[in-house]
Design a protein around this ligand. Structure first.
Ligand code: S3P
Length: 450
């Protein structure tokens, strides 16, 4: 159920985390399954699709572009590849809501279509940078305009795209994916060079839909004009949603906490390495891939078991940042509970996510009484291994900030109130129920009368 706008969490100190946590389907993979299914010939069956606001924004936009989609029905979606592979002009602007991934990938998907499109979003998305995607797409011949680098994004149709060789200035899976989606409709072979690995869900899924994607030494190459074929996509549990429980378990699961069926794509799981370096007790049991159905699996999946152990502060190498980019807010909570200092640099990207996550985490931690310093591209934190006080936190309308501070209740001595939590529905609609199941004493409360 969607919480009322401007609702808040009140989380009482929750010292014992235990049991088995359920984790919803992966957001990145759910977006991509819908999009590739909409470009493919034949039907695509998606299982355990994430029915969150972000992914539903993608689904609705594709319907507006003329794609016939059944569901979601208990996590099952069927995408009927459009007749003759054609999408149609949407009758109005496509509203991506809060979903940066949707907007950036749609830019690539729509760049080579023979009709005009306009992309808009909510207040947070309308502030986010889009030129990083528009620049390479223009080099391919696309006609794209932004408003001073931000949405609305207008894409002119009737363009023929040409392949490019592009070195990405920042490692970004969204930029890479937008280029690859445009490259499908471009003449020639497109090459994208990544400065550091970023999540590779698009490459894996393109291959599962029958495209040939070459990957060597940080260069991804895709020949234009390849036809995609509908397939079956089993969406694994979202590692980024699991991250809140992984950290809660590392801090407070004395008898252990198990997370089942979590996607363990190595381009996403940097958090596990960082926590282990801090002293965390984490065990991973990979699933037997044959049990995942008749088709070959697209993504690795595992059960994760964590157990409370003392954590120690670390210095995070900037190269580790892209592999844990969405998990850094909750990693900062782990750092705040560790013994000693933790330093993260090279995380400038966090300033242009759904909120300025460096600033939101620094002010929230300070509010709880944690010693923290906001740096231009990171945070310095002195851990309070004996815990910290409660307090009122502003989530800045950012789902990951809201859930990260809910996790902090495992070490808080007083209640933590987190304001403006409606955005949690963009990625983890059942967060409150799942968190309560494992012992977090969290309530969703109406916003106080102002
Ligand atoms: C995503 C890529 C990441 C991540 C975002 C989802 C994706 O962004 O932060 O939440 O699905 O491709 P960047 O690629 O911009 O780093």
């Amino acid at each position: 159920m969607k919480p009322p706008a401007l609702s808040r969490y009140v989380v009482q100190p929750s010292r014992h985390i235990h049991g088995v946590a359920s984790v919803p389907g992966d957001k990145s993979i759910s977006h991509r399954a819908l999009m590739l299914g909409s470009l493919a010939e034949g039907d695509t069956q998606i299982h355990d699709f994430l029915e969150s606001e972000d992914c539903l924004a993608t689904l609705i936009a594709l319907r507006q572009l003329g794609v016939s989609i059944e569901g979601p029905n208990g996590g099952h979606v069927i995408v009927h590849g459009p007749q003759a592979g054609r999408l149609h002009a949407a009758p109005e602007a496509l509203d991506m809501g809060n979903a940066g991934t949707a907007m950036r990938l749609f830019m690539g998907l729509l760049a080579g279509q023979p009709f005009d499109s306009k992309l808009i979003g909510d207040a947070s998305l309308m502030r986010r940078p889009m030129e990083r995607v528009a620049v390479p797409l223009r080099l391919m011949g696309a006609e794209i305009s932004t408003a001073d680098g931000r949405p609305p994004v207008e894409i002119r149709g009737h363009t023929t795209l040409a392949a490019i060789d592009y070195e990405m200035p920042v490692p970004s899976a969204q930029v890479k994916s937008a280029i690859l989606l445009a490259a499908l409709r471009a003449d020639g072979r497109t090459r994208v060079v990544e400065p550091a690995p970023s999540r590779d869900h698009t490459e894996r899924m393109l291959a599962a839909f029958g495209a040939e994607v070459l990957h060597s030494d940080g260069t991804i190459a895709l020949q234009g004009g390849q036809q995609l074929h509908g397939t079956r996509v089993q969406v694994p549990g979202d590692f980024s949603s699991a991250a809140f429980f992984i950290v809660a378990g590392c801090l407070a699961a004395r008898q252990g906490l198990v997370l089942r069926g979590v996607g363990l794509n190595p381009t996403r799981t940097g958090l596990l390495d960082l926590l282990r370096e801090m002293g965390a007790d984490i065990r991973v049991r990979p699933w037997d891939q044959d049990s995942l159905g008749a088709h070959s699996p697209i993504e690795p999946v595992a059960d994760i078991e964590v157990r409370a152990s003392p954590l120690y502060g670390i210095k995070v190498a900037p190269a580790a940042v892209p592999l844990a980019i969405d998990e850094l807010p909750v990693f900062f909570i782990a750092a705040a509970c560790a013994q000693g200092e933790t330093l993260v640099r090279g995380a400038l990207e966090l300033r242009v996510k759904e909120s300025d996550r460096l600033s939101a985490m620094a002010s929230g931690l300070a509010q709880l009484g944690v010693e923290v310093e906001l740096l231009a591209d990171g945070l310095w934190i002195r851990g309070a291994s004996d815990g910290f006080g409660g307090g009122a936190i502003d989530s800045h309308g950012d789902h990951r900030i809201a859930m990260a501070f809910a996790t902090a209740a495992v070490r808080a001595r007083g209640p933590i109130e987190i304001r403006d939590v409606a955005s949690v529905a963009t990625s983890f609609p059942n967060f409150v129920a799942s968190a309560r199941e494992v012992g977090l004493q969290i309530e969703l409360c109406p916003a106080p009368a102002s």
